[in-house]
Design a protein around this ligand. Structure first.
Ligand SMILES: C[S@@+](CC[C@H](N)C(=O)[O-])C[C@H]1O[C@@H](n2cnc3c(N)ncnc32)[C@H](O)[C@@H]1O
Length: 232
């Protein structure tokens, strides 16, 4: 946990739930150790999705459909969600949850490896929720940026890895070093990609928010990559 525990508990106490189905999915997920979005992060995700009023949402990492259903509750009626999951038992559970919520029409679940599926998608999407294998974010980024419409928002979860991201490579367990290095590279890349305006927010396990700029209207924005290119 990055934030002070008492502050997080207080924030939790303000939440009154998101309906019997979603609250039940969250309870089951906790009991079965299925990783789903934390409450405070979910509140931010919903708020941004509501503000953005997207026409098309892409989610990478469905699990049992919890976050897709949370976004569906706040998106405009005409919006469609495409969500990707590769683990068969979770795919079955997610499909069942979408059916129970009456969302089979508005949520399309694509089964398989996100890296392969992302390559085949055309987009554009105006809201993307990245919430799958953390070590792959950096590899998926080129496709993600290609799939973002100008003004699209990319919401990447788990980017601060419970705070261990601040430790040096040698301060993290040997088995976690690859993911640690790749996540640092991801954060560097989203902060230094000219097309993106990004902020890292220490909420939950860490969230990175990135907006795809329309470079025609952002010329001379002074982004680090444009400074790098000019050599100044
Ligand atoms: C943190 S969970 C997603 C939680 C979900 N977004 C929620 O909050 O309700 C990450 C999911 O991504 C899936 N996943 C991991 N790597 C993947 C990949 N390469 N392709 C597709 N799905 C993947 C895992 O099976 C897991 O169910």
């Amino acid at each position: 946990m990055i934030a002070d525990e008492r502050v997080t508990d207080y924030i939790y106490s303000l939440e009154s739930g998101w309906g019997a189905l979603c609250d039940g999915i969250a309870r089951e997920a906790a009991a079965e150790n299925i990783p789903i979005i934390k409450k405070e992060t979910a509140a931010l995700l919903r708020t941004l999705a509501a503000a953005k009023r997207p026409g098309a949402i892409l989610e990478v990492g469905t699990a049992v459909g919890y976050s897709a259903l949370l976004m569906a509750q706040v998106m405009p009626p005409s919006c469609r969600i495409t969500t990707i999951e590769k683990y068969e038992p979770r795919i079955r559970a997610a499909r069942e949850n979408f059916r129970k919520a009456g969302r089979e029409e508005s949520i399309t679940l694509l089964e398989g490896d996100a890296g392969e599926i992302l390559r085949t998608l055309k987009g554009p999407y105006d809201f993307i929720f990245m919430d799958a294998a953390k070590g792959q974010y950096i590899h998926w980024l080129p496709d993600i940026v290609r799939l973002m419409a100008p003004g699209a928002l990319l919401f990447s979860d788990n980017v601060l890895q419970d705070g261990t991201i601040v430790q040096s490579r040698y301060g993290v367990e040997r088995r976690d070093r690859t993911i640690h290095g790749r996540m640092r590279e991801y954060l560097y890349r989203i902060k230094h990609t000219e097309e993106l305006e990004s902020a890292v927010v220490p909420i939950g396990d860490g969230v990175a928010l990135s907006v795809r700029k329309d470079l025609k209207t952002h010329e001379g924005s002074g982004s680090v990559s444009s400074r790098d290119k000019s050599g100044s």
